[in-house]
Ligand binder design. Structure first.
Ligand SMILES: NC(=O)c1ccc[n+]([C@@H]2O[C@H](COP(=O)([O-])OP(=O)(O)OC[C@H]3O[C@@H](n4cnc5c(N)ncnc54)[C@H](OP(=O)(O)O)[C@@H]3O)[C@@H](O)[C@H]2O)c1
Length: 330
């Protein structure tokens, strides 16, 4: 199938490498790449893969997303632009433009899922296309596809997650005696921050993930602004030393649960025992626990995920879309 990439940063480039590596078994073709500052590259017959860095030959930027999608003539649009946690734009507009052209969409961008999931799901169904977003919350580890494919009849009553890697790097840096800014600089160097990292430490990244999980798994119709959120910006090395001396640590935790009054959604820096399951995974690992009616509590953990795992999540969506497309064609 033909793919149009919107955004060609860390994830877009990792996805291009993965598609090249798996080209024999999964013959996807990239027919267009559209970026903000680098311009646009289009060849409806397929862009050549150029080693070593696989940078397409960018020409002038298409004047609009509509012009780009029309020219790329792809069957799937992959939305990989920068997160905007306040509105989910321009990614929501990009996805709508793809649906309007009868294109399937896969995205790793949590903004549209956190702000407009229910509307986008309806629009995709109306257009008869697939809409997938496995990498939006936990890189490539199965979260949404776990529920799509393996848990028939089970209802999600709530979730608890340690879902933000940057805050963990900052906390662990302070535990080792460094400053808050040292930790943020280390996270930036690892390429794991959203923008400059402010969205992570203020809790916005976690709030967007919390809203996305609630919208998809609990039919919430919520936004990140409606998640009660406090980040880690008040933590200091002194406070972390004191907490550490008591055998405890801190993690930025997302919690969602159904209550008699509706849904309760919150993000907090929580003090936890070092051996708490939410605190004991190494490095930049992420973890989510689902609380359910039939399966008790169970979860998914991803140990030290990187951008290659995010790209895999998008790839798994592309494979899924291609299989659904083939089965509909038979
Ligand atoms: N990095 C991760 O490990 C990770 C994990 C999970 C989810 N995600 C999500 O995946 C998405 C991409 O992340 P990333 O790390 O690849 O970001 P990135 O490195 O900052 O790249 C973003 C890309 O989007 C392009 N872009 C921005 N605004 C655009 C617009 N209006 N129109 C067209 N292109 C636009 C940029 O163009 P220029 O190159 O010209 O600036 C760039 O190519 C984000 O939504 C992020 O939240 C990332």
């Amino acid at each position: 199938m033909k793919i149009a990439l919107i955004g060609y940063g860390n994830v877009g480039q990792a996805l291009a490498r993965l598609l090249w590596r798996k080209r024999r078994d999964f013959p996807f073709t990239i027919t267009g790449v559209h970026t903000l500052r680098h311009g646009t590259a289009i060849d409806p017959r397929g862009l050549p893969y150029t080693l070593p860095d696989n940078a397409p030959a960018f020409g002038p930027r298409a004047r609009s997303i509509e012009e780009f999608l029309d020219a790329a003539r792809a069957e799937i649009a992959v939305e990989l632009t920068t997160l905007n946690p306040s509105t989910g734009e321009p990614a929501i507009g990009h996805i709508r433009a793809a649906f309007a052209r009868g294109m399937h969409v896969a995205t790793a961008n949590k903004g549209p899922i956190a702000h407009a999931y229910s509307g986008l799901r309806t629009e995709a169904a109306r257009a008869g296309v697939q809409f997938r977003f496995e990498s939006a919350v936990m890189d490539g580890a199965p979260v949404f596809n776990l529920w799509r494919h393996t848990m028939p009849g089970v209802k999600v009553l709530g979730f608890t997650g340690a879902l933000n890697s940057t805050s963990k790097v900052v906390i662990e840096t302070m535990e080792r005696g460094g400053s808050f800014d040292d930790g943020l600089a280390a996270a930036r160097k690892m390429g794991i921050t959203e923008g400059e990292g402010a969205f992570d430490v203020q809790g916005w990244d976690s709030a967007a993930k919390t809203a996305a999980l609630a919208n998809v798994l609990m039919d919430a119709h919520t936004t990140p602004q409606q998640v009660s959120t406090r980040g880690i910006i008040r933590l200091t090395p002194e406070r972390m030393r004191k907490i550490g001396s008591e055998g405890k640590t801190v993690r930025l935790i997302s919690r969602g649960r159904r209550t008699s009054a509706g849904l309760s959604l919150r993000v907090r820096a929580e003090v936890l025992d070092r051996c708490d399951v939410l605190a004991c995974t190494p490095g930049t690992s992420n973890l989510i626990l689902f609380h359910t009616d039939l399966m008790g509590t169970f979860g998914t953990v991803s140990i030290d995920p990187g951008v290659e795992q995010t790209a895999y999540g998008v790839f798994s969506d592309l494979v899924d879309i291609s299989l659904v497309d083939i089965s509909l064609a038979i």
